[in-house]
Design a protein around this ligand. Structure first.
Ligand SMILES: [Zn+2]
Length: 321
């Protein structure tokens, strides 16, 4: 058996899977908000211990552990993980988790491993080429061409930083007009805050307090839409328009067979959200009579962790279509 760890900004999801990739044990920990990388390593080790116990084994019996991490991943080290506490400098995550757990560890990019999981086991299984768009706090992406993820020189797939409006809104990356500045949940929250400060009526922040969150989670956006909140509707409409333009541009360039939408908001809005994005894409497709199939990620919330487990050292590689 092997483990997969999806290291996110709010939670750490761990699965233990067998050779058939079926989940035998799982656990979820809150991501520490202070204490830097060592605190995160301790929480990951605890998660692996609990998931292994649920699968009826000791962590040291795992053949290997794969980790999907935000930030820049190189050679088992992670740097610039912006959604994790005090994590800018390169930190040897694979080595530290390996020592804490007593099993070999490999680390990959979080969106990349989730898209690999969809390619091998999920919504991308029947497609030779597809674009994965992970719509959450940021907008991540990955491209699968001829059954293999296209890595470029290591940074391919950053659809969130394709420019959809010259001189447009400021992005977290410091540039202007990026897709993420319109569709990332972080930017959407800043926009909502501005509107609320200006006096626009919205229940978004009341819902946030009521549900004891410090951020506007995907669930809160969904609830606000359900209750007909005009500010939420406007911001989500804008995000979907932006996603339609960004995704259609990639399709015009690469002509992929399918688009797989995942991530926190993507999963939360489900098929209905995917259909709305598809509608917006249609306006920009160069060959509109042959659009790509648009689907939601099939592996859901555990996809990132299952994808990470595919990276685990000691696993036989699985052939993709
Ligand atoms: Zn950007």
């Amino acid at each position: 058996m092997r483990a997969g760890v999806d290291l996110g900004g709010t939670k750490i999801e761990v699965v233990v899977v067998g050779e058939d990739n079926q989940v035998a044990g799982q656990s979820r920990q809150a991501t520490p908000t202070e204490g830097g990388p060592p605190a995160v390593v301790a929480a990951m080790a605890q998660g692996v211990k609990e998931a292994a116990a649920a699968a009826g084994i000791e962590p040291s019996e795992l053949s290997g552990i794969g980790v999907g991490s935000p930030g820049e991943v190189s050679d088992g080290k992670v740097s610039h993980a912006r959604n994790l506490p005090d994590w800018d400098d390169a930190f040897p995550l694979a080595m530290e988790v390996g020592e804490a757990v007593g099993a070999p560890v490999a680390v990959g990019n979080d969106v990349g491993v989730a898209v690999d999981a969809e390619a091998i086991l999920g919504a991308g299984r029947d497609h030779h080429s597809f674009l994965g768009v992970w719509w959450g706090t940021g907008v991540g992406g990955a491209v699968v061409i001829e059954g293999k993820r296209w890595l470029g020189r290591g940074a391919a797939g950053e659809i969130g930083h394709t420019v959809i409006k010259l001189g447009g809104r400021r992005c977290e990356c410091g540039r202007r007009g990026c897709l993420e500045a319109y569709a990332g949940r972080g930017s959407m929250e800043r926009r909502a805050r501005k509107k609320a400060d200006k006096g626009d009526k919205t229940i978004l922040f009341d819902l946030m307090k009521k549900h004891h969150h410090t951020r506007l989670t995907s669930g809160i956006w969904e609830r606000a839409l359900h209750k007909g909140d005009k500010v939420a509707e406007k911001i989500v409409d804008e995000a979907i328009e932006a996603l339609g333009a960004g995704i259609a541009s990639v399709v015009n360039l690469l002509d992929v067979e399918a688009v797989v939408i995942g991530g926190g908001l993507g999963t939360r809005f489900g098929q209905k959200g995917a259909e709305r994005i598809e509608g917006e894409m249609g306006k920009h497709l160069f060959v509109p009579e042959r659009p790509p199939v648009v689907r939601t990620a099939a592996l859901g919330d555990l996809g990132g962790a299952i994808g990470a487990s595919l990276l685990a050292p000691g696993r036989e590689p699985v052939a993709t279509p």
